[in-house]
Design a protein around this ligand. Structure first.
Ligand SMILES: NC(=O)c1ccc[n+]([C@@H]2O[C@H](COP(=O)([O-])OP(=O)(O)OC[C@H]3O[C@@H](n4cnc5c(N)ncnc54)[C@H](O)[C@@H]3O)[C@@H](O)[C@H]2O)c1
Ligand SMILES: O=P(O)(O)OC[C@@H](O)[C@@H](O)[C@H](O)[C@H](O)CO
Length: 538
C-alpha cells in the first residue's frame, strides 16, 4: 500500500489493514483550500502532522469545515522534499496505546505545502495567500529558539542583522519573513488575521508579537516600510497574537513503529534525518492524550475547533494552564528525565519511569517543589494533570520517546522549565528558595551532562543546542573524578540570567548546585550514587 492520494483510493485494502481513512474527498478539499485559503501553518514538523492537522481532520470528517491547512516550511526544506511531495502531503498518524495496540489513521487535512523562501517561486504563491481576505490563521510550531532575534550579548543574530539592513523583500529569518508577509497583507487591504504560536513556552503569543514588532520598528526606522503598519500590527482587531498551551507527546518516528507499519503492508515508510537534524517520516507516532488551550482572539474568525476538543478561553486562563504544564507539571519532569536518562544510558522515557530513583525524582519535582506554586487554572486540575503525566503518559511502554529528543535545546528551556519556579519561591513570603533540593540537583545534573561523559565514564553524544559549544567550553577543564578541577568553572553558566531567567548565585542556589555537581563528578557511578543518597531509593 502506498501513502498517496491514488494509493488511498483502494479503500478496502486500507480498511482491511485497520487503517482509518479521511471521511472526505481529500482532493476536493485541497481544491477548495486553493480557492479559499483559511489556515497556514509554519513548521511542517512532527507535532504539526500529529496534532494540529488531526484537529482539522476531525472537523473535516464531521463536515464542520470545508478547507484544509497549508503547510509552510521556512527552515528545513528537505522536510517538504522528502516527506511531503512523495506522499501527496498525506501522513499516517500512529497512536500508541499503553496496551500495545496501535490506532492508525491517514491524515488528509494538509491540502498543500509551500516553501517560505524568497528565492523560490513559492514565495509569490505564499504572498498571494497571505494577502487573501479569506485567510484567518497563520500558526507556528517552529521551536522556541526561532523566536530569538538577538544572541546572549544582546546583539542581533547575523541573519536578522542582514534582514534589517535589506528590508522586507528577501528576508532569511523566520520572524522577518512573517513580518514581511503581514506587511503585504496590510498593503493589500489591512485584512485581519490571527498569528498563533503553538510552541511550547510561556507567553508564546506575546513573544511572537514582540519579535515581529521589533523587526517592524527597525524597518520603519530605516524608512523601508510605512509607519502606519505599526498601527495595524498593534491593533488586536486587525492582528492578534493569542496565547496558547499545547500538549501532546509526539516523539520522533521510531524504527519499531516503521516495522509494524510495513507488517501491515505499507511501503516506503523510511525515517529520515535531514541535514538540519529534523527526524521525520511519512508517519508520526504519538500518544492519544492531548490538550490545546487557546486565547479566543481571532479577528477574522476561525474554524469551530472546540468541536475537536480545543478549549477556547481568556488570556488569564491560558496563562495559568500554560504555566501549569510548561513550568511545573510536564516539561520540567521531561527535562529531568532527559538529563538523567542520557547520563544513565536509558533509551526511552518509559524505561526511566521504572527506575525507582528517577520516578521519585520527578515526583519530588512535580508534587513537592512545583505544585505549591501552581495557580489552579480552572479548566484543568493541576494535581490530576500531574498524576496522569507520572502514572499514565510517561510510563506508556509503547511510546518510543527518548531522553535525547527532549535534551535538544535544553539551554533554551531552563529559564521556563525551572527558572520560573525558582522565581515564584523567591517572590512568595511563605516559601524559602533555599529549601529547594531537587530542582538544583537537576541543574547540577545538566552541568554534568554537558561534560559529554556518561555515568560509566564513557563519551556520550550530546543533543543539538544552539549554545552547546559555549557551554561545553565551561566544563571542558573539569575532569570526572577530580573535584578540585571544578574551581570557578560553573560560575559563568549558573550566573547567566539568559539561561535561567535569574542569577542562581544571587538567589542562594549557586553554591548548592556546585556542591551537588561535585558529588555527581566524584567518579564513575557517582550520578547513581548521588541520586540514591538524596532520594533514598534503590
Ligand atoms: N513534539 C512534541 O511533543 C511537542 C509537543 C508540544 C509542543 N511542541 C512544540 O513544537 C515544536 C516543534 O516540535 P516538533 O515535534 O514538530 O519538532 P520537529 O523537529 O519535528 O520540527 C521542528 C519544526 O520547526 C522548524 N524549525 C526549527 N528551527 C527553526 C528556525 N530557526 N526557524 C524556523 N523554523 C524552524 C523545522 O523546520 C520544523 O518544521 C517544539 O519545539 C515545541 O515548541 C512539540
Ligand atoms: O518540544 P520541546 O523541545 O520544547 O520539548 C521536548 C518535550 O518536553 C516536549 O516536546 C513535550 O513532549 C511536549 O511539551 C508535550 O506536550
Amino acid at each position: 500500500m502506498l501513502l498517496t492520494r491514488d494509493g488511498i483510493k483502494d479503500i478496502d485494502r486500507w480498511r482491511h489493514a485497520g487503517i482509518k481513512l479521511p471521511n472526505y474527498d481529500v482532493e476536493k478539499i485541497a481544491e477548495k483550500t486553493k480557492q479559499n485559503p483559511t489556515w497556514l501553518h509554519f513548521g511542517a514538523g512532527n507535532i504539526f502532522r500529529g496534532f494540529i492537522a488531526l484537529l482539522q481532520q476531525d472537523l473535516l470528517d464531521k463536515g464542520l469545515t470545508e478547507t484544509g491547512i497549508i503547510a509552510i516550511e521556512s527552515y528545513d526544506y528537505e522536510i517538504i522534499e522528502k516527506v511531503y511531495i512523495p506522499y501527496d502531503n498525506l501522513s499516517l498518524l500512529v497512536i500508541m496505546h499503553a496496551d500495545g495496540t496501535l490506532e492508525t489513521e491517514v491524515i488528509g487535512s494538509i491540502s498543500d505545502k509551500i516553501l517560505a523562501d524568497p528565492w523560490s517561486q513559492d514565495w509569490t504563491k505564499l504572498k498571494n495567500i497571505f494577502t487573501n481576505p479569506s485567510l484567518q490563521i497563520a500558526s507556528f510550531t517552529i521551536t522556541e529558539k526561532a523566536y530569538n532575534l538577538k544572541d546572549f550579548s544582546g546583539e542581533y543574530i547575523k541573519e536578522v542583522k542582514e534582514d534589517i539592513q535589506k528590508g522586507p523583500e528577501k528576508p532569511r529569518n523566520i520572524i522577518s519573513k512573517i513580518t514581511s508577509l503581514v506587511y503585504e497583507r496590510y498593503l493589500k487591504g489591512k485584512y485581519p488575521i490571527a498569528l498563533v504560536s503553538l510552541d511550547n513556552f510561556s507567553g508564546n503569543g506575546e513573544r511572537l508579537f514582540g519579535s515581529v514588532k521589533t523587526i517592524t520598528e527597525e524597518w520603519i526606522k530605516k524608512g523601508m516600510i510605512e509607519e502606519k503598519f505599526l498601527d495595524y500590527l498593534t491593533n488586536p482587531s486587525k492582528v492578534s497574537f493569542p496565547l496558547t498551551m499545547i500538549d501532546k507527546i509526539v516523539p520522533r518516528p521510531s524504527e519499531e513503529v516503521k516495522k509494524k507499519l510495513e507488517g501491515l503492508g505499507l511501503e516506503k515508510m523510511d525515517i529520515i534525518k535531514t541535514n538540519k537534524n529534523t527526524v521525520i517520516a511519512p508517519f508520526v507516532n504519538a500518544e492519544k492524550i492531548h490538550y490545546l488551550v487557546i486565547e479566543d482572539k481571532f479577528p477574522n474568525g476561525r474554524p469551530p475547533l472546540e468541536e475537536a476538543g480545543v478549549i477556547f478561553t481568556d488570556k488569564e486562563t491560558v496563562e495559568k494552564v500554560e504555566r501549569m504544564k510548561v513550568t511545573t507539571c510536564l516539561n520540567p519532569l521531561h527535562t529531568t528525565l532527559a538529563i538523567f536518562g542520557c547520563l544513565l544510558n536509558y533509551s526511552t522515557i518509559a524505561e526511566e519511569m521504572e527506575d525507582p530513583c528517577l520516578k521519585k525524582l520527578v515526583e519530588k519535582i512535580g508534587y513537592d517543589e512545583g505544585l505549591p506554586v501552581v495557580v489552579h487554572p480552572g479548566v484543568l486540575d493541576p494535581k490530576e494533570f500531574l498524576r496522569e503525566v507520572i502514572e499514565i503518559r510517561f510510563p506508556n511502554p509503547y511510546m518510543p520517546d527518548t531522553p535525547q529528543r527532549i535534551a535538544t535545546d535544553t539551554s533554551q528551556k531552563m529559564a521556563i522549565r525551572f527558572g520560573e519556579t525558582i522565581k515564584s519561591y523567591e517572590q512568595r513570603e511563605d516559601l524559602n528558595v533555599t529549601d529547594l533540593k531537587y530542582i538544583p540537583l537537576v541543574i547540577a545534573g545538566w552541568c554534568r551532562y554537558l561534560m559529554g561523559v556518561d555515568d560509566e565514564g564513557r563519551p556520550m553524544t550530546l543533543s543539538p543546542d544552539p549554545l552547546l559549544e559555549d557551554l561545553k567550553s565551561h566544563v571542558s577543564n573539569i575532569k570526572l573524578g577530580d573535584i578540585e578541577s571544578v574551581k570557578d568553572n560553573l560560575r559563568p553558566v549558573l550566573s547567566n540570567k539568559h539561561i535561567f531567567g535569574l542569577n542562581l548565585y544571587e538567589v542562594g542556589l549557586g553554591e548548592k548546585i556546585e556542591n551537588y555537581f561535585k558529588e555527581l563528578i566524584a567518579g564513575p557511578g557517582a550520578v547513581r550514587k548521588t541520586l540514591r543518597k538524596y532520594l533514598e531509593c534503590e
